[in-house]
Write a protein that binds this ligand. Structure first.
Ligand code: HEM
Ligand SMILES: *[C@@H]1O[C@H](CO)[C@@H](O)[C@H](O)[C@H]1NC(C)=O
Ligand SMILES: *[C@@H]1O[C@H](CO)[C@@H](O)[C@H](O)[C@H]1NC(C)=O
Ligand SMILES: *[C@@H]1O[C@H](CO)[C@@H](O)[C@H](O)[C@H]1NC(C)=O
Ligand SMILES: *[C@@H]1O[C@H](CO)[C@@H](O)[C@H](O)[C@H]1NC(C)=O
Ligand SMILES: *[C@@H]1O[C@H](CO)[C@@H](O)[C@H](O)[C@H]1NC(C)=O
Length: 510
């Protein structure tokens, strides 16, 4: 079962306990009004398509799409869900006013379950303010610079002694990518521990060892996350997750953070803003754990996928490598294997092929959903000109992975990795169309509208810096070139970037 189907189900069940009677009646007697989307209640009263939906939401959606067209309403556990499968209409939905189509309720239940505090508009606003300032534009360039230095530190440290060299080679590609990104971006965002300094000087080994511990704990936390977010952990799981949370809360305590050095301005600003609105220190720390999770849980897996796709497609690897080396030469640098001395400044490097490969990776692996509540009767005009009314109290769901990212009307061979898919032969950016209509959004890995990921520019930059460093500083190949890439684990659809099923975690030489 995919995460979002399970989450939705848990969420709906929660809503229902209080209003069961009323909704039951509505569930039985509701009729499609003129102007409303096709309504499909299934055969079972109240539950509707609940079971089909839980079993395989992707397949269920495709079936309904075929039967009813680009917009339809299904009954799932007493709730009416509108699915919009026409990406040409996405933009309009994202831009609808809060009075008509709002977000929040759904996500806040997940946050409450997983992180133990209720989110409010204030949290959202604080993140927006800090991220607009420090995760975009010129200020992001400064953070990138820190990130690249930390990446180098991680690589140098791992190259270090024979023992470490061995353990690096024995890491699988997933672990290697995730861990590298985790360590480098944790240090870049959350700074370094003064106790790990020796006589006032930095000692990378010390703080990297601490980061490694943190990474291991984060993996355990992330594995529990789906069940935790659904409030479905058993008592053993609960005990484990509480232990892990306490561990992170210790490290992310405000007292601890304030003693660290080289904390990013993003985090400093967030802490400042939280204090300004009068949040308790405990709450600030709980919020920091959410931010740690949000900033780490998708980027590492995304870094894995792009490297895996490139290794699996040698022609793509070659083209991207040549492009990167050329771009570096244009900034007056020589590329030597094992060098680690290169200066990577993304804002001056033109890398259209790499950009396209990043977008292609996100297209194939991002299973994010957009969830909204209909606050008042709202008219929606579809791309084909038909108008529908969405009823107050219903829910609206977009699943771009099915309707957009892998839609064969938009992308040919939608499940194939084509690194230059987003470029025209002359190197300009490609435009994408559906039924002759140009798409404003042709991939939506970061969600959309007001809840769009505020870390998206940094995330893409992290992926690019990781690839650039890997391609210019190391020789790589797959241990077994015949082996297929692992399939995506569907149970994380709805949480962001997919993770591979654990079968391809193999040693690989440098
Ligand atoms: C490939 C990597 C990433 C992906 C695919 C991704 C995806 C997403 C998505 C889909 C959402 C919106 C969830 C919703 O609609 O409710 C989100 C929210 C968020 N993301 Fe990302 N993200 C990534 C990396 C990052 C990074 C690197 C950071 C920070 C440095 C970050 C920080 C956040 C935060 C703070 C939120 C919550 C925003 C709010 O509450 O308003 N993300 N992310
Ligand atoms: C769901 O159905 C799709 C076909 O649409 C199939 O590829 C996938 O393996 C199924 N997933 C599960 C978990 O059964
Ligand atoms: C970048 O950071 C500076 C210094 O903190 C801040 O004053 C400025 O507003 C930021 N730039 C943007 C575009 O927000
Ligand atoms: C601060 O973090 C360190 C690890 O970096 C941890 O060992 C320590 O317990 C934390 N201290 C407090 C007061 O939370
Ligand atoms: C990279 O930048 C640093 C400082 O900005 C400079 O000292 C160094 O020579 C540069 N390295 C290369 C290879 O250009
Ligand atoms: C998919 O991920 C879930 C949740 O992380 C995990 O419980 C499950 O074992 C994974 N499935 C496979 C086949 O690896």
């Amino acid at each position: 079962m995919s995460f979002w189907a399970a989450a939705l189900f848990a969420f709906l069940a929660l809503l229902l306990t209080s209003v069961l009677g009323g909704l039951y009646t509505i569930g039985v007697f509701r009729k499609r009004a003129p102007n409303e989307p096709p309504l499909d209640k299934g055969f079972i009263p109240w539950l509707g398509y609940g079971m089909n939906f839980k079993k395989n939401s992707t397949e269920f959606l495709k079936r309904m799409w075929k039967r009813h067209g680009d917009i339809f309403t299904v009954l799932v556990g007493g709730n009416y869900l509108h699915f919009v499968m026409d990406p040409c209409t996405y933009r309009q939905i994202m831009r609808e006013s809060k009075e008509k189509i709002d977000f929040n309720t759904f996500g806040s239940i997940i946050v409450l379950n997983a992180f133990g505090f209720p989110t409010t508009d204030i949290h959202h606003k604080i993140v927006q303010i800090a991220s607009n300032k420090y995760l975009s534009g010129k200020n992001l360039t400064a953070l990138n610079q820190v990130m690249i230095e930390k990446l180098k530190t991680v690589f140098i440290q791992r190259q270090g002694s024979g023992e470490e060299k061995k353990s690096w080679q024995q890491d699988g590609l997933f672990r290697f990518s995730y861990k590298t990104i985790f360590q480098a971006s944790f240090l870049s965002l959350f700074g370094m521990d003064p106790e790990k300094r020796v006589e006032g000087k930095e000692n990378p080994k010390n703080y990297l060892t601490q980061c490694e511990e943190l990474y291991e704990a984060f993996q355990k936390f992330d594995r529990l996350f789906p069940q935790m977010a659904l409030g479905m952990l058993d008592s053993i799981g609960k005990e484990k997750s509480n232990k892990l949370k306490n561990y992170f809360w210790d490290i992310l305590s405000i007292k601890n953070i304030s003693q660290k050095y080289e904390v990013s301005r993003w985090v400093t600003e967030l802490v400042q803003q939280m204090a300004d609105v009068g949040m308790t220190e405990k709450m600030q720390t709980q919020f920091l754990l959410l931010l740690l999770w949000a900033s780490q849980a998708n980027t590492g897996p995304a870094a894995f996928w792009i490297l895996a796709y490139l290794l699996k497609h040698p022609e793509a690897l070659k083209a991207v490598k040549e492009e990167v080396e050329k771009a570096l030469r244009e900034t007056g640098q020589e590329v030597k294997p094992g060098g680690l001395s290169i200066n990577v400044s993304l804002h001056t490097m033109k890398t259209p092929l790499l950009d396209s490969a990043v977008e292609e990776t996100l297209r194939l692996t991002a299973g994010s959903i957009v969830f909204r509540s209909v606050m008042q009767d709202t008219d929606l005009k579809m791309a084909d000109g038909k108008e529908y009314t969405l009823r107050k109290g219903d829910r609206l769901l977009l699943f771009p992975f099915v309707a957009l990212h892998t839609n064969p009307e938009i992308y040919s061979d939608p499940h194939t990795f084509k690194y230059d898919r987003f470029l025209n032969p002359d190197g300009t950016k490609k435009e994408f169309y559906k039924n002759g209509k140009k798409l404003k959004y042709y991939t939506l890995p970061f969600g959309g509208g007001t809840t769009m990921c505020p870390g998206r520019f940094f995330a893409v930059n992290e992926m690019k810096m990781f690839v650039i460093m890997m391609l210019t500083c190391f020789e790589m190949e797959l241990v077994n070139a015949e082996e297929e890439l692992p399939p995506v684990n569907e149970s994380r659809y709805g949480l962001g970037i997919a993770q591979p099923e654990p079968c391809w975690i193999r040693p690989w030489p440098i």
